[in-house]
Write a protein that binds this ligand. Structure first.
Ligand code: THG
Length: 644
């Protein structure tokens, strides 16, 4: 992807436009502006025949069909004020909002018309400097996470809307005023789908909305949003708009300046609204907005400045005069953004690019969780697993979803950073159970989720339930590689980390040598798929030492040796073990000691993450000396002790 907008973005500060709604109100339109026009496409004419002279009061998107010249004039006022970028009049142009006016079938027509109008306005003002049309879709009125709408409904309508915007001549796409990270994800997948369908790759910008509470509407912190967004190479700029003024936004803008590897876009309201005669009034002056943007650009490296509710052409004129066209200063943020620009490929798989990323980790709807934990390891709770916990299995059998959520809450409370969730259970519908459970976990559980399934359709359905950036558990070469390719494609499409198991066509590797060989093969595949090394968790799987089988006495050592060597070779790749596997078949007390010792030595060898029953892991000093010795000798296959 190479275009003039990206070149300009890499070089200098660009200025957005301001509010559309207030300008429309100021135009004092007559009622007939909100009545379906009689002529147009077949869809428009059919809607006109159906609706007659029904007043679609408040449907500003309809004005793209009925009053194109009014909308164009508003765009032109912003362009005259100095906007480099104008947003199409399509804030509510999705089927969900248009259905409230009984015209959900007009999504494509309205978006197409809106982009054409903005295109005409931009082209009329391109003599003095280049101008760009940004096809912008808002959040609509229903949130997936709250169960008001579905992933599929949103993906479909966003994809259709974006297609109209692209075909109408937009230079870039924007998702704005977003409140639900799951909706953000559906919007990104939809934008990529529209680009694939039209064969036109455009830059995609994403702006979320932070409420006065300091989080997004559903409680997401900025780090969760940024971590999720950075998992998508197509997202070229990230930022904020609406809800508050620049003062309230400043801490989030600072956070983005410190952490974002993408250029930052900020469009505040003209201050917090003041209620006057039942109307929200925004009082921040043009000069004050410009001063805040000056601070954002200078101190946090903001690349795109604009305004949201209450801002006018006067605000934009002041902003353009203050920061428009300013060259980016050489801050840490810009150093890590700029080197991502060659070819405009935000793929993070090269060392240099990965090193620039500060939010290396996963996320839930609520929070970011780093993969590398200071003085600890990434603790992945094992009990939310139909095969690994009797309590979980029994509650699943009777569909006690509250109980299953309570179990997850307990794991979270006892210290798990992530939960491994598996609903594969003979005689039940794994996919249905996964979707039902994750709809609850997405909202009720604050830690990120590891999706434990080998079935591609189950994994994809799960990915559509989870806001933030989850981890998929797992891929392996049992079937020769077909699933590896499918699941890695899902990691890229939805933004997720992945666990890779050292299993191939011959089964689970037994020796360190073979484990390393399969790990290298897996890593070649994750890299080819464009996944950064840090999003890969290599699992050098162990067999149980509890079988007493001669063949498996070295299982623990081989696993640890492979792990150590892989860390030496690929320090950025993470590692993981299902620790309890080592002790299957032993008595509970012996399991605790053996699991704890195995985890201890694996961590010494570099292990970064473990699937464990955390409350049953004990440090060396809490296990009797003799027991620790026996457990250690077992792990290292020191034969002076007989197996018991
Ligand atoms: N690697 C990866 N994923 C994995 C594993 C792995 N997922 C599943 C498993 N192995 C890790 N999870 C568990 C969960 C529970 C147990 C072992 C591993 C366990 N449970 C008790 C038992 O079966 O005896 C039951 C406890 C109960 O009923 O409460 O041991 O290796 N990537």
């Amino acid at each position: 992807m190479s275009n003039s907008l990206l070149e300009a973005l890499a070089e200098r500060v660009l200025v957005w436009d301001g509010a559309m709604g207030t300008q429309i109100q100021a135009a004092n339109l007559t009622d007939d502006a909100f009545v379906m026009p009689r002529s147009g496409s077949a869809a428009v004419e059919a809607a006109a025949a159906r609706l007659g002279t029904t007043l679609l009061d408040g449907c500003n998107e309809l004005l793209n069909l009925t009053r194109p010249e009014t909308i164009q004039a508003i765009h032109e006022r912003y362009l005259a004020a100095g906007s480099d970028l104008i947003e199409t009049n399509t804030f509510g142009a999705t089927s969900i909002v248009l259905a409230e006016y009984d015209i959900p079938e007009l999504v494509y027509d309205i978006n197409l018309a809106a982009a054409q109008i903005a295109r005409r306005a931009a082209d009329a003002h391109s003599a003095s400097k280049p101008r760009w049309v940004v096809g912008a879709l808002g959040p609509g009125t229903k949130l997936i996470t709250l169960g008001n709408t579905t992933w599929q409904e949103l993906e479909d309508t966003y994809a259709l809307g974006f297609r109209g915007l692209i075909e109408g001549g937009a230079d870039a796409l924007l998702l704005e005023t977003l409140q639900d990270l799951l909706m953000v994800k559906a919007g990104i997948v939809a934008a990529e789908r529209a680009m694939a369908e039209t064969g036109r790759k455009l830059p995609l910008f994403v702006q979320v909305t932070m409420e006065q509470t300091g989080t997004m509407l559903l409680g997401s912190e900025m780090g969760a949003a940024l971590n999720m967004l950075e998992a998508f190479p197509s997202v070229v700029a990230v930022g904020l708009n609406c809800a508050t003024g620049p003062v309230e936004m400043a801490p989030h803008v600072r956070f983005l300046g410190q952490n974002s590897t993408r250029p930052i876009t900020v469009q505040p309201n003209a201050g917090l609204p003041v209620m006057e005669k039942g109307q929200a009034v925004y009082k921040l002056s043009p000069d004050d907005l410009a001063k805040h943007h000056d601070h954002f650009v200078r101190d946090f490296g903001v690349a795109m400045c604009g305004g949201c509710c209450g801002t006018t052409p006067d605000h934009i004129r002041a902003v353009a005069a203050m920061v428009g066209g300013r060259a980016h200063n050489d801050t840490a943020h810009w150093r890590k953004v700029r080197h991502l620009f060659p070819g405009f490929d935000f793929n993070m798989s090269t060392d240099e690019q990965a090193a620039a990323l500060s939010l290396v980790g996963c996320s839930s709807l609520y929070q970011f969780v780093p993969y590398r934990q200071d003085v600890s390891y990434l603790i992945v709770g094992e009990k939310t697993n139909a095969n690994g916990s009797r309590a979980f299995r029994e509650m699943l059998a009777v569909e006690n979803w509250e109980g299953l959520t309570e179990l997850a809450r307990e794991l979270e409370a006892e210290g798990s950073h992530v939960l491994d969730v598996c609903t594969a259970y003979v005689g039940r519908d794994e996919r249905r159970d996964m979707v039902t459970l994750l709809a609850s976990y997405n909202r009720q559980i604050t830690v990120p989720i590891m999706i434990d399934s080998t079935e591609t359709p189950v994994i994809e359905a799960a990915l559509q339930c989870l806001a933030g950036k989850p981890i998929i558990n797992s891929i392996n070469y049992e079937d020769g590689g077909e699933r590896v390719d499918q699941v890695l494609a899902l990691c890229r499409k939805y933004g997720a980390g992945v666990v890779a198991l050292t299993i191939d066509e011959d089964g689970m590797a037994k020796t360190a040598e073979k484990k390393i060989e399969i790990a290298e093969r897996l890593l070649a595949a994750t890299r080819a798929a464009g996944l950064p090394d840090h999003d890969v968790f290599m699992d050098t799987l162990t067999f149980t030492l509890g079988s007493g089988d001669e063949e498996f006495r070295r299982a623990g050592v081989e696993t640890i040796d492979a792990l150590r060597e892989l860390h030496r070779r690929h320090p950025r790749v993470n590692s993981i073990l299902g620790v309890s596997n080592i002790s299957f078949g032993l008595k509970p007390a012996a399991r605790i000691a053996l699991n704890s010792a195995f985890l201890h030595y694996a961590r010494e060898a570099g292990l970064t993450s473990a699937i464990v029953h955390f409350s049953k892991i004990q440090p060396e000093n809490q296990i009797g000396e003799e027991t620790w010795q026996i457990a250690s000798d077992l792990v290292y296959d020191r034969r002076k002790f007989a197996m018991v």
